[in-house]
Design a binder for this molecule. Structure first.
Ligand code: AMP
Ligand code: MG
Length: 394
């Protein structure tokens, strides 16, 4: 059987970052920057008032209380200001440029609020309530680096440095297709021998959580031709494809039957539990990466975490490798088959981790109650309560 790490290494060697694309900043949320972004100007661009109040010369208010003449108003957005002469003040609003000659702002709360003359009750030191040009960003400073994920604050600073468009690695478009004659759409009645289809919903959600775009292509029956036709139709809009089911050792394995003859997709047994039957390769003229995951819901989910999620990071130009893990102490003894790496569903709470009782690869409700996977190495078949283990938080 193929080791888990080698399967991931093969996948990461085969996937490429998507080509950069220039997008409107409104459309950049969730994408990864493909350029360094610098500010063409200092931010703030000019010295301005941090408060509503009066622009003064600090030396004129040092002997406060004092009463001084008000020569006018400076509002946010005003330009072409006159310099402030000695013994004079001007009203000033938050964000308004500081007139030449002024070196402090007296907050309105320290005054009687006068418009022709104002009584100032307290002295203000030089520099009081002034936001200096460049104190957030100097002209030419890089504010965002290539490789940064764009969240709301990053969209904000892109606009703040005057950008309308930005070069990003787009979110990969991932089509998720389930197979199985037994699958019924949720919301429709269950016939005899049927189950509601859950994998494509779960995997499309996992794709979105991983920063990509997940499209659910629904499910097809176990007819290889129907599978292939649906896949062909979906390839047009896909940067990657995930299928579930139809890759095991039985009969009626449409994914394996349809893709094996192409010679571009490899089906293998990976030394892991759950999730042993795995397939990976490329399909179509554009050689779109395809992950053919096993059908059992827990198996497909674990396969996503171990193999697909790192690949989606690589496609976004992000550092990619095995999922991050922590260490914790197990609250119960663990069992694991020899020669396979186990990923046991568990609840991680601080320093301890409790395996859930139902560990079947079909037991999706148990997965939904878990928040972590305990990793038991290939050469370990049992561990006592209190053992330190590796844990992948979900
Ligand atoms: P397969 O890998 O196709 O042999 O499926 C293995 C098991 O997973 C079977 O019990 C299937 O009924 C179940 N299964 C396969 N696909 C799905 C799906 N999309 N949603 C829920 N269960 C599934
Ligand atoms: Mg099946």
């Amino acid at each position: 059987m193929k080791p888990v790490d080698r399967h991931l290494a093969d996948i990461l060697a085969a996937v490429r970052p998507l080509a950069p694309l220039e997008v409107e900043i409104e459309a950049a949320l969730g994408a990864v920057l493909a350029e360094d972004v610098a500010s063409p100007v200092p931010l703030p661009p000019f010295d301005n008032s941090a408060m509503d109040g009066y622009a003064v010369r600090a030396e004129d208010v040092a002997a406060a209380p004092v009463t001084l003449p008000v020569i006018g108003d400076v509002a946010a957005g005003d330009g072409g200001l006159n310099a402030l002469g000695p013994g004079l003040v001007t009203r000033i609003m938050t964000g308004a440029p500081l007139p030449a000659g002024a070196d402090a702002v007296v907050p309105v709360e320290w005054t009687d609020g006068g418009t022709a003359r104002v009584r100032i009750d307290r002295p203000a030191p030089s520099g009081n309530a002034i936001r200096r040009a460049g104190e957030d960003v100097r002209a030419g400073d890089v504010v965002l680096r290539e490789g940064a994920r764009i969240g709301p604050a990053q969209v904000g600073i892109l606009a703040g440095v005057g950008r309308r468009r930005v070069l990003v690695r787009p979110r990969p478009r991932v089509v998720v297709l389930s197979t199985g004659a037994e699958l019924a759409e949720p919301g429709t009645p269950l016939g005899a021998g049927r189950i509601w289809e859950s994998n494509s919903f779960m995997l499309a959600a996992a794709v979105r959580e991983a920063g990509a775009e997940g499209f659910r292509a629904g499910s097809v029956t176990d007819d290889p031709k129907e599978f292939m036709d649906t896949l062909d139709a979906q390839l047009l809009r896909a940067d990657a494809v995930i299928t579930s089911g139809g890759v095991s050792m039985g009969a009626y394995e449409p994914v394996k039957e349809a893709l094996s003859p192409l010679g571009t997709v490899t089906f293998e047994k990976v030394a892991m539990q759950p999730g042993m039957p795995q397939g990976f390769g490329v399909v179509g003229p554009d050689r779109v990466p395809i992950f053919t995951l096993p059908g059992n819901p827990v198996s497909s989910f674990v396969s996503f975490v171990l193999f697909v999620k790192p690949a989606l990071r690589a496609m976004q130009g992000l550092p990619a490798g095995p999922p991050p893990a922590v260490r914790a102490t197990t609250t119960a003894p663990l069992r694991s088959p020899a020669g396979k790496r186990s990923y046991l569903r568990a609840v991680l709470a601080g320093e301890t981790v409790a395996p859930v009782t139902r560990q079947g690869s079909h037991q999706l409700a148990a997965l939904a109650g878990a928040n972590a996977l305990i990793v038991v190495p290939e050469d370990v078949t049992s561990l006592p309560e209190g053992a330190e283990v590796e844990v992948i938080p979900l």
